[in-house]
Design a protein around this ligand. Sequence first.
Ligand SMILES: Nc1ncnc2c1ncn2[C@@H]1O[C@H](COP(=O)(O)OP(=O)(O)OP(=O)(O)O)[C@@H](O)[C@H]1O
Length: 238
Amino acid sequence: MNDRTLLAGCGLEAGYGPSQVLFGLDLEIRAGEVVTLLGRNGMGKSTTIKTLIGGLPLRCGEVRFGGRPIHGLRADAIARLGVAVVPEGRQCFPNLTVREHLIAFADRRNDSAAPWTLERLYALFPRLRERAGHMGNELSGGEQQMLAIARALSTNPRLLILDEATEGLAPVIREEIWQCLAQLKAAGQTTLVVDKYVERLLRLADRHFILERGRIVWRGSSAELDADRALWQRYLGV
Ligand SMILES: Nc1ncnc2c1ncn2[C@@H]1O[C@H](COP(=O)(O)OP(=O)(O)OP(=O)(O)O)[C@@H](O)[C@H]1O
């Protein structure tokens, strides 16, 4: 830990019923960083996120956010502290308009020197401004993903977490999402990204963690990951 650490998971153990998935996992994210969690399918990336945000009970270990222990808090309490998640599968409401999605979570808003107003969100995602009056179920997959990210930002999160946010999107839309994340990074947004496009993530992220069977087996900078292609083959299958 250093004094810029925003989120730290230490010795995390968790699982489902009798099956243990995380075996003493350690990771930390510093304020202003973009960090990725990488690993092949089934290695425990989504389970790690669920554990960090109160969606799955910890069996052992601790999670700290802004220096304070948050393990044992419910997911909604953790969200109120300033952790926003864009889950796999987007989860837009079919019967709410884009605008309604973006104002629906106003009560969850954290104080911020530069709050995410509707205007700022539309400036980041001009496509959402064009679609403001459309229902969730009238949006394309890419638009739904943008809406999911904008909705997460509308709470002014101190930490934004994206779990496979570009899954199933056309390459051109995926690139739009990466460019938005780069803009967010430039604005100082701390972000944890789970995704499989390692090559693209090298440019976006500062540091990376590789997960293998519920343990962190490698951590390092983009330059270090770029330089060691044997790691990619061994742990990422690319
Ligand atoms: N709800 C659940 N109940 C039981 N086992 C689960 C559940 N969710 C995940 N698992 C198991 O936990 C292990 C880790 O899954 P997890 O979804 O965390 O992996 P992942 O790295 O995110 O992979 P993917 O990219 O496929 O989502 C897998 O063996 C998976 O089958």
